[in-house]
Design a protein around this ligand. Sequence first.
Ligand code: CS2
Length: 476
Amino acid sequence: MTDEPRLARVQTAPEPGMVHLGLGAFFRSHGALVIEEACQSAGGDWGVIGASLRSPDIRDRLAPQDFVYTAVEMAPDGQSRRVVNVLSDVLFAPGDPEALVARMAAPSVRIVSLTITEKGYCHVPSSGALDREHAEIQHDVANPLPRSAIGFIVRALQARHRAGIRPFTVLSCDNLPGNGYVTRSVVIGLAELIDPVLAEWISDEVRFPATMVDRIVPATTDEGIRNLAAETGRLDLAPVFHEPFLQWVIEEDFVDGARPRFEHVPGVRMVRDVAPFEFMKIRMLNGTHSALAYLGYLAGHETIAETVANPVFRDFIRNVWTAEIIPTLVPPDGIDLQQYANELLDRYANPAIRHRTWQIAMDGSQKLPQRILGTIRDNVAAGRPSNGLFLAVAAWIRYVGGMDEQGQPIDVRDPHAKRLRAMLEQARDPSEKVDAVLSVAEVFGPEVAPGIRAGVLAAYDALVATGSAESARTVA
Ligand code: CS2
């Protein structure tokens, strides 16, 4: 790509004490940095063995540079860089599943953390229970060498149980409310299908702390890699580019209390109850992120910063926070939700962060329930309006139809993309289209309240008739 010599390790990493499944840009910009800082300020053998479950790409990029990489903080007024030295190895799970199970079963590993995205949990998004029909789950029940992250956790715990080794803590870092609870229910659900005695041991001994994670991290681009190499004189093929803001709220519930000294790191809070933080973050940040992704994409905006630079969408999103989301929330201790909303808008507007609407639009079927539909349901129950969020759902329906407002095809990425597209193509009019999509029970639950149907249909009609920006203007 460029002529610069490759980045290399200059000091040893801490001894590994964790395995992380799903080594994407988010973990490398968030958890990895916190763990490194915790080790630097308070010691501890909490080096991280990373594993990816889908592609060998990140291992192939990191291995030739001794698993170190650069984290670049992108503030509106400039950048700062740091070389991260906390990964001691990276495995590609499908290449050698046995090796990953063995690493996870080693007594020195006390925590297995996860950023596997919503769909990695193999759960039914509307209920949180294990999806027993899921192809990977069916595979993992029948085969000792797993494919899913959940399968790896269960098989590694099985190996520890057999060998009389204490279990590890399972630390979910994905944007799901009750992420600890969801992880516990899918892990125990799978273990029950494999061995009920193992399931009981997991239920008694394993801990699944809930967490709220927050940092905006767009996908790394080739251009970012080239620019960094030109600035530093070293080629790093796995850098990450993130915003300055970082928050990690973690439930204090670890097996034998074994964990890095997270509380030494600015931005981290250890708490007894993560729920108010999770609801605040997922509904206020991720909910509006998804709304802006669909509406912004349809209106022709490439990034979130570009979308909120459009006054129509800025006013729209302010109104959605104030009238539709904040009234559903209990403010976490010491947090003013209106001020939190103002800070979110500043973060979205950061011109140094090019977070593509297309990237956030991915996997809507897995994201909508917790980001938007729960808020709508609370509003319907309380007799409050949800017009902005109805419009967001309508924009998602339009988006998964596969054609933007200029008649250009959209590259829709979603586990249900084909099914949704086929439903929308078969439906003859807007009301059939909306009904077809609302009948997807995994997303909307078994019963769609009439208030949701009427609201989404009205928003969809407006969207088709007047376009994304005009409908958002009318709602705001
Ligand atoms: C985004 C999140 O891609 C998405 O769906 O909404 O990745 C978001 O940037 C993070 O959750 C911020 O903490």
